[in-house]
Write a protein that binds this ligand. Structure first.
Ligand code: NAD
Length: 418
């Protein structure tokens, strides 16, 4: 059975392709990825046994530039999910106007079930198995669920060490999201969460609202969720509920973001935080708040959750968190959405800055990163909002509209070889 996320993405793609009269050959090309790479590779575990891991890299489209997209380490990773996420990356990069295509990858396993030493060997062996399928001018991975700057540092180190000595420093851009010490950029770790809040700030600005004193809830307190909370706290907003894989904590008076970040860094879960009893998942979606930020996994807001929501805005930090049924309920209820391909594009935008810095040997400061991110994400946001208003369509369709028109123009100019 196809993964529902892939079905959902294709459904939206076909719907918008019809509306904009997308050139049929471009529709054919985009409806499937260019390459689907699957590798099975052995890793020696701490107890001396060998375990076989299944890794994926799906390269959806590269007409705008090298393939770009994260690596996910999670027990639910599968080919259809990766295909959907790769296609979302094609849309996301085109929407932001980046000279990059779309890809995604991952390994099917639970990262919490292995030791740090095993994690390093799994990561390095995966990169070795992918070989020349990735590279700084071909396909550039980045972090996603279950991976982080440490994972990217090991990946880069493994990749450059298989090249000749003279080439090594030119190849650091093979992955982005590296630690600053290993050639990453300042601001990348926080970029996705920060970018999501820049979108929320723009939404509030257009409406003449202040975020100060507004309440919000977050699903997922990993990279995206926790950095979004930091940026919301800077705006004076109040975090009233958080849900992660372990359960939900709710406090209408406000949850201390920095204390929660320290707790999650240490324990990797909300569980045990400040004597907060864990509520169940259903309670989370019904918590009254102004803004809901899903920042965990796909397919979280279906019709039931969308019916339960008591917020006025859903800002999608995660990829594909709202199903088409969820979308329909939100639209009917007048709850606004900032769609994933716009809302979480801060990550790939700052990854692009990292890649540029690796190419030129520059080191941008935080001010330049933040200013450049805001400029790109606000421009995309305003264009999407004006497409939505002019054509009387929802924001998600408007995102696809802008991205697909851009890709269509490039194919029209270049033609198709031979
Ligand atoms: P992460 O691994 O850092 O954090 C994931 C969080 O989701 C954790 O808090 C985990 O407990 C929670 N979670 C996992 N399963 C859950 C479940 N069943 N119910 C509730 N919570 C659950 O991952 P991340 O990098 O923060 O990515 C989160 C989302 O953002 C994903 O959809 C990812 O594709 C998207 N995204 C990430 C980036 C990035 O730069 N990291 C960029 C763009 C989009």
């Amino acid at each position: 059975m196809p993964d529902p996320l892939f079905e959902n993405v294709i459904r939206k793609f076909n719907d918008v392709a019809d509306r904009i009269n997308l050139e049929p050959r471009v529709r054919t090309i985009l409806s499937q990825p260019k390459n689907e790479i699957i590798v099975n590779f052995p890793v020696k575990m701490d107890d001396g046994s060998y375990r076989l891991f299944k890794g994926y890299r799906v390269q959806h489209n590269n007409v705008l530039g090298p393939y770009k997209g994260g690596f996910r380490f999670h027990e639910e990773v599968n080919l259809d999910e990766v295909k959907a996420l790769a296609m979302l990356m094609t849309i996301k990069c085109a929407l932001a106007g980046l000279p990059l295509g779309g890809a995604k990858g991952g390994i099917k396993f639970n990262p919490k079930s292995v030791s740090p030493a095993e994690m390093e060997r799994i990561t390095r062996r995966f990169v070795h198995a992918l070989g020349a399928n990735i590279g700084p001018f071909h396909d550039i991975p980045a972090p996603d669920v279950g991976t982080n700057a440490q994972t990217m540092d090991w990946m880069m180190d493994t990749f450059v060490n298989t090249a000749s000595a003279g080439e090594r420093h030119n190849l650091k851009g093979v992955v982005t999201g590296k630690s600053v010490d290993a050639g990453g950029t300042v601001g990348r770790e926080a970029a996705t969460g920060t970018g999501a809040v820049m979108c929320i700030e723009e939404w509030a600005h257009v409406k003449g609202l202040s975020l100060s004193g507004m309440s919000y809830a977050i699903q997922g307190f990993g990279n995206v969720g926790s950095w979004a909370a930091v940026a919301m706290a800077r705006n004076g907003a109040r975090l009233v509920a958080v849900n992660d894989a372990a359960g939900t904590i709710i406090d209408p008076n406000g949850i201390d973001v920095e204390a929660l970040r320290r707790h999650v860094r240490e324990h990797r879960t909300l569980e045990g935080f400040s004597n907060c009893a864990l509520a169940d998942r259903t309670a989370f979606w019904g918590v009254p708040c102004d803004i809901m930020i899903p920042a965990a996994l796909e397919n979280q807001i279906g019709a039931a959750e969308a019916t339960a929501l008591k917020c006025r805005l859903v800002a999608e930090g995660a990829n594909g968190p709202t199903t088409p049924e969820g979308d329909a309920v939100l639209e009917k209820r007048g709850i606004e959405i900032i769609p994933d391909v716009l809302c979480n594009s801060g990550g790939v935008i700052v990854s692009y800055f990292e890649w540029l810095q690796n190419k030129t040997g520059e080191a941008w400061d935080e001010e330049r990163v933040t200013h450049s991110l805001r400029k790109i994400i606000n421009k995309a946001h305003r264009e999407v909002a004006s497409i939505a208003a002019a054509n009387k369509i929802d924001m998600r369709s408007a995102c696809y509209w802008k991205a697909l028109k851009q890709i269509d123009r490039v194919y029209a100019a270049r033609g198709i070889f031979p």
